[in-house]
Design a protein around this ligand. Structure first.
Ligand code: GLN
Length: 256
């Protein structure tokens, strides 16, 4: 009898706990949080501050400024680059701000904002490399890239290229350093930042900039209302000077 009573009490307790948890869940929508997916090893666009581990970068600041205009709090969700669009489609995140180039292929799956940054692809090789001076000379070479990126797509079109794909750009640079690759193909501002932050000790930029690319903020196809709000906020931060301020802070020059 006592055992049965205990079981019954346990059941009541369980129901109460679940009920309370449910209430807590119902209260949270009051805090308007915008979950923004980013692959956070891509400085100067999104990365973690060494000591605090806080997410920082151009995209992070732009999203915070956009969030402020929309009255929403931005929360960065660190996600592998090739997992960002699936996470958006699966509603784990509300938006992507990850130096993501607007491409026709991606635009079939997501809703892109107006472009917010002009970029392009470039090549990094070891300082003593004299054989690779442009994209043509990447033929037959071992090229390190980040998986799922426009850089990866571009090098796959190069004749006989031995493409090595990594989860992050930093792993691609490490492979170059370790002589496991002859070149890294990645976004120009990220290559420049890598070289400026110590990479130039044994690596250099070569050749022309390939593909004029533009970054966009992505939201789910069905989220047209959010897409509109983000575009409006982007216009506002361009008008009120906030965009230029953030741009200068990260790139040391006025927006192009
Ligand atoms: N801009 C490139 C792309 O969209 C790389 C972005 C990234 O690695 N974060 O594919």
């Amino acid at each position: 009898m006592f055992k049965r009573w205990m079981a019954f009490a346990g059941l009541i307790l369980l129901v109460l706990t679940l009920g309370l948890a449910g209430c807590g869940g119902n209260q949270s929508p009051a805090a308007k949080v915008l979950k923004v997916g980013a692959e956070a090893t891509f400085p100067p666009f999104e990365f973690q501050e060494e000591n605090s581990k806080e997410y920082v970068g151009f995209d992070v600041d732009i999203m915070k400024a956009i969030g402020k205009q929309m009255g929403m709090e931005v929360q960065i969700v660190n996600t592998g680059f090739d997992g960002l669009i699936p996470a958006l489609e699966g509603s784990q995140i509300d938006a992507i701000a990850s130096a993501m180039t607007i491409t026709d292929e991606r635009a079939k799956k997501v809703n892109f904002s107006k472009p917010y940054y002009k970029s392009g692809l470039s090549i990094v090789v070891k300082s003593d490399n004299v054989t690779i001076n442009n994209f043509k000379e990447l033929e037959g070479k071992r090229i390190a890239v980040q998986i799922g990126t426009t850089g990866a797509e571009a090098v796959k079109k190069i004749k006989d290229a031995k493409v090595r794909e990594y989860n992050s750009a930093s792993e691609a640079y490490l492979e170059l350093k370790a002589d496991g690759a002859d070149a890294v193909v990645n976004d120009l501002p990220v290559n420049e930042y890598y070289l400026a932050k110590g990479g130039s000790k044994d690596a250099k930029l070569v050749g022309e900039v390939l593909n004029a690319e533009e970054y966009g903020i992505a939201v789910a196809k069905k989220d047209t209302e959010l897409a509109g709000k983000i575009n409006k906020a982007l216009d506002e931060i361009k008008q009120n000077g906030e965009y230029a301020k953030i741009y200068e802070q990260w790139f040391g020059k006025k927006p192009q």
